[in-house]
Design a protein around this ligand. Structure first.
Ligand code: G6P
Length: 510
């Protein structure tokens, strides 16, 4: 098997570059690191092997902006090259805020009632996808491996074909793919499905996403035959093969583990723990880390915490939630409303339960540096990761990677893509079921150390085995290798189950 990873230059095309431009206090443009699963996962890959990243720098083009100049500094430390795609204010409004964030994002997260199917957005979305394709076509070399990412750029493959680009193009969707019942609501469902079938491979996060996509292909394109079973199946579109596979995205496990054992993290962990009280009476730390997003289930989680404090009074004074919310999409009114809702709930709960020696919730609304994040992961007795729907959720994997002492309990939403892969080793919950989440918090607080150890060891084994480099190899191998069989056999440790069984004491297995 040739090493598809290293023989060719990798060209990543995504909506965002891994850095976003913003004005500093003096009004000059500076680059800051981006947030979100896509950037978190892909940055180490390109750092490791080099390549070119094509994307939007995060702000609308202004006259005083010198894109290449402002990005030069960021490029220097990154180990790969950037090619910015400039977007006008109108383009950002219609393509990013409009079509991507008011239509695709809510619909693909099963939140159809939040969609605004404004036809004007579609025109701009098409135009911007065409613009990306032109910039890609001008930047690539014949033997590059082109890899397009996420819901913002579903039409780019098709547009590249129109520009007579003939090399293979891979596509990966980082968010869930909805079932036909929801996808069929999309006014541009045929255009989008057909554009996806123009890629040589469509990669999805989970078995469920792949099944949903295949069902949409089967119900909307009777002329397309989908054959095969296993991780990768083939759709035959006008005698052309399109591979469809599920590849759960991951993290750089070794890097997180190493960092968790470093001197500076150990020092911070000792400080954080001492702030939580001395040994016998130390409060247990619960941790939530999320981008500001209504899909993350933060208000529901806060209500579950309140319910736990109400119904299990022995938890009062014994547990403390640190909720970190990383600002995101803050110009969108729904995200501003969400922020207010979270802040009102935090203040209500703190107002009701705080004592002189105990604060139930510590709330942070800014991003934190990596040392502090890893120290918080390691210090947290329980990670509370309860999205209403999530493509994968890398916070769950990062939490496991940093628990090098095999302690810590992961409470995970069954609607996070990670639940599909981590099987029954986390405590799985339905995030809409406030009562169940409250009971699970109580269960986690009383879990015997031996059980914690057993679960965390199993979790770490899975994340270690299917890390970000495994993901890249599995995906690129499936697109560019002739030996599809070999790559179909690449599998994670545990078999898939449509509904992983619950292991908490309160609910019978489903
Ligand atoms: C998710 C998406 C990414 C996106 C990120 C941050 O992880 O899959 O494509 O970049 O959210 O959202 P933003 O809108 O700020 O790029």
């Amino acid at each position: 098997m040739t090493d598809v990873r290293l023989d060719h230059r990798l060209v990543i095309v995504s909506n965002r570059l891994p850095v976003a431009l913003r004005r500093d206090a003096q009004g000059r443009w500076e680059a800051e690191p981006g947030s979100g699963g896509l950037v978190t996962a892909l940055a180490p890959v390109l750092r490791n092997r080099g390549g070119l990243w094509i994307g939007w720098p995060g702000v609308a083009q202004t006259e005083d902006m010198n894109l290449d100049g402002s990005l030069r500094e960021a490029v220097r430390g990154s180990g790969f090259a950037f090619k910015p795609v400039p977007l006008t204010e109108v383009e950002v409004a219609g393509y990013y805020y409009g079509f991507a964030n008011e239509i695709l994002w809510p619909l693909f997260h099963d939140l159809q009632t939040r969609c605004n199917f404004d036809p004007g957005y579609w025109e701009v979305y098409r135009r911007v996808n065409r613009k990306f394709a032109k910039i890609v076509a001008a930047a690539i070399r014949d033997d590059d491996h082109i890899w397009v990412h996420d819901y913002h750029l579903m039409l780019v493959g098709n547009e590249l074909h129109r520009l007579a680009i003939r090399q293979k193009i891979g596509y990966f969707l980082h968010i869930p793919f909805p079932p036909p019942d929801l996808f069929l609501k999309l006014p541009w469902r045929y255009e989008i499905l057909n554009a996806l079938l123009a890629y040589d491979i469509v990669g999805l996060q989970t078995h469920r996403d792949k099944r949903n996509f295949v069902q949409c292909v089967r119900s909307m394109r009777k002329d397309v035959a989908v054959r095969g079973k296993g991780r990768v199946v083939s759709a035959w579109v006008d005698h052309r093969e399109v591979r469809i596979g599920n590849f759960p995205i991951s993290i750089d496990f070794e890097e997180f583990s190493r960092k968790a054992g470093s001197f500076e993290v150990n020092r911070r962990v000792a400080e954080i723990r001492s702030d939580l009280g001395s040994d016998g009476r130390r409060q247990m730390l619960l941790l939530g880390v999320d981008r500001l997003d209504y899909t993350k289930g933060i208000p529901e989680r806060l209500m579950a915490l309140a319910d736990a404090l109400e119904r299990f009074p022995d938890l009062r004074g014994r547990i403390s939630l640190m909720q970190i919310v990383v600002p995101s999409r803050v110009n969108i009114p729904k995200y501003q409303d969400l922020k207010l809702d979270i802040e009102r709930k935090v203040s209500e709960i703190n107002g009701k339960y705080t004592r002189t020696d105990w604060l139930p919730i510590r709330y942070i609304f800014h991003s934190i540096d990596r040392t502090e994040l890893v120290a918080l992961y390691r210090s947290a007795d329980i990670a509370l990761i309860t999205p209403l729907k999530d493509g994968m959720n890398l916070v769950a994997k990062e939490y496991c990677a940093t628990h090098i002492d095999n302690d810590g309990v992961l409470i995970l939403s069954e609607f996070a893509g990670a639940a599909d892969q981590l099987h029954a080793h986390p405590l799985l919950v339905n995030p809409y079921d406030v009562r169940e989440v409250a009971e699970t918090i109580n269960t986690a607080c009383h879990m015997p150390p031996e059980e914690k150890r057993r679960r965390m060891k199993a979790l770490r084994r899975i994340v270690r085995k299917s890390d970000i480099y495994w993901w890249v190899d599995a995906f690129l191998g499936t697109v560019f290798s002739h030996d599809l069989e070999a790559f179909s056999r690449i599998d994670e440790e545990v078999p898939h189950m449509a509904f992983p069984p619950r292991t908490g004491p309160h609910r019978p297995p489903l």
